[in-house]
Ligand binder design. Structure first.
Ligand code: PMP
Ligand code: GLN
Length: 387
């Protein structure tokens, strides 16, 4: 038989899937794959259910139902002061994941260079490579995840088509500072490049900080494609409803990719998300406040179990240094070990790097019920401290 596509067949099964399967097999508390264990607001779910009964249930418009595109434009105005034309500047996708694929496939030509910051959300490299892009990787590393500015500047060249920037960052939990964003914006402008901004965790930013889209910086409105996800914003990760905001000339090629990939997204979910985006400010601040409390709870629990915990300013995730509890294997061995021996599952941070040399940190997800977080910490404390 002839070989299948070399890019995709060269990868193993997703670390999230592997660890979730292992968690199910061993009946553990799964703090690996990032998904909340409580569904989002009932009124939003009800709106989706009602639309299935009442209709419409046929293909929605390719760019998304007008109500959702209008709601995204209004959301971007309300939270970021962006002036967005819903008809020409918003596109609905089947998740942030499809939005990423559309942006990368719509913009990259074979041989184009693409700047990425490791650790990387796992689909980034396969998609860039599939599009024929040449990845230029820059690293941030735990525990401080500092941006190496000189290395970043050196990663840009006249062949740079775009930078893919994830803030708040999975798995680092890093929320890029405004001066870091300024630095990135200057590089993008100086090299006449685009910025694909994966902002799916935009409403999961803690400690009173506000999410700042790169798109809001001077000169960046026309160069950025801003990606959001209803899965994260409304705690319904299985819904896979995403949206892209970009200037018309930039969105247009990306819409071409979308039309050949999914073309559209289930209509009931779109209208329910439109309803959700209209919720009052208290919903959004309540979400980040609740998640911040969970971050604090798990941080305290893990510290009590003897771990050094890296600060997390956003997302669903925090990382721990596995050496701090005396574990002397690598992070993969650690995640398997705590799954089989302590009844708790995490994911190895090395899975997010191309080379697995940053291999003594594990990522834990804190978007779980308080009692679950407490029990996970207690199990780890019993295992590592015997107490
Ligand atoms: N980007 C990042 C950084 C993510 O963590 C996720 C969610 N796993 C996605 C994109 C994909 O979002 P969605 O589930 O909406 O496709
Ligand atoms: N974004 C989620 C995480 O980082 C997982 C998504 C997936 O399983 N593909 O855990």
């Amino acid at each position: 038989m002839k070989p299948a596509n070399k890019v995709f067949s060269g990868y193993g099964t997703s670390v999230f899937e592997v660890m979730s399967r292992l968690a199910i097999e061993h009946g553990t508390i799964n703090l690996g794959q990032g998904f909340p264990d409580e569904d989002g607001p009932e009124d939003i779910r009800r709106a989706a259910a009602e639309t299935v009964i009442e209709g419409p249930n046929q293909y929605p418009p390719m760019m998304g139902v007008p109500a959702l595109r209008q709601a995204v434009a209004e959301h971007d105005r309300r939270f970021y002061g962006l002036d967005v034309d819903w008809q020409s500047e918003v596109m609905v996708t089947s998740g942030g994941a499809e939005a990423l694929a559309d942006c990368l496939f719509g913009l990259i030509d074979p041989g184009d260079e693409v700047v990425l910051i490791e650790p990387l959300y796992e689909m980034y490299l396969p998609l860039v490579r599939f599009a024929g892009g040449i990845p230029k990787l820059v690293r941030i590393e735990p525990p401080n995840w500092e941006l190496p500015r000189q290395a970043l500047a050196e990663a840009f060249s006249e062949r740079t088509k775009l930078i893919l920037l994830n803030s708040p960052h999975n798995p680092a939990g890093k929320v890029f500072e405004v001066d870091e964003l300024d630095f990135i914006a200057d590089l993008v402008k100086a090299h006449d490049a685009y910025a694909v901004c994966d902002e799916v965790y935009e409403h999961l930013v803690f400690d009173g900080r506000a999410h700042v889209p790169l798109m809001t910086l001077p000169g960046m409105r026309e160069r950025c494609l801003r990606i959001g996800s209803a899965g994260k914003t409304f705690s319904v990760t299985g819904w896979k409803v995403g949206y892209v905001t970009a200037a018309p000339e930039v969105l247009s090629p990306v819409a071409k990719a979308h039309q050949f990939i999914t073309f559209t997204t289930p209509p009931n979910l779109q209208s329910a998300v439109a309803f959700g985006l209209g919720k009052d400010d208290a919903y959004f601040s309540g979400l980040s406040g609740a998640m911040q409390a969970k971050r604090d709870r798990l941080t305290k629990g893990l510290e009590g179990a003897g771990f050094e915990v890296s600060a997390s300013g956003g997302t669903y995730f925090l990382s721990v240094d596995i050496r701090s509890v005396g574990f002397d294997g690598d992070d993969e061995a650690f995640c398997r070990h705590i799954t089989t021996e302590a009844g708790v599952t995490a994911v190895p941070v090395s899975a997010f790097y191309q080379e697995s040399d940053v291999n003594h940190f594990a990522r834990f997800c804190f978007c779980k019920q308080d009692a679950i977080l407490d029990e996970a910490a207690a199990r780890l404390a019993r295992h590592f401290k015997g107490g």
